[in-house]
Design a protein. Structure first.
Length: 57
C-alpha cells in the first residue's frame, strides 16, 4: 500500500509540473489550441490513473 501511495504522490507532482509548463507555454504561444487538446488528454489520463490508485488503496 505504501508503494501505491508513493506512486499517487508522484503522479500528483507530475500533474502539477505539466500544468505549470502548459501555462508557461500558453503564455509564450497564444496559438497552441491543437497542442493543448493533446495536453489535456494527457492530463486526463494521468488523473484517471490517480483515481484508479486512490480507489485501490
Amino acid at each position: 500500500m505504501d508503494t501505491l501511495r508513493d506512486v499517487e504522490l508522484q503522479l500528483s507532482r507530475v500533474v502539477a509540473v505539466v500544468q505549470q509548463r502548459l501555462l508557461s507555454c500558453d503564455a509564450l504561444h497564444s496559438q497552441t489550441r491543437q497542442s493543448s487538446a493533446g495536453d489535456n488528454e494527457i492530463l486526463e489520463n494521468i488523473e484517471k490513473l490517480q483515481e484508479n490508485l486512490t480507489d485501490s488503496t
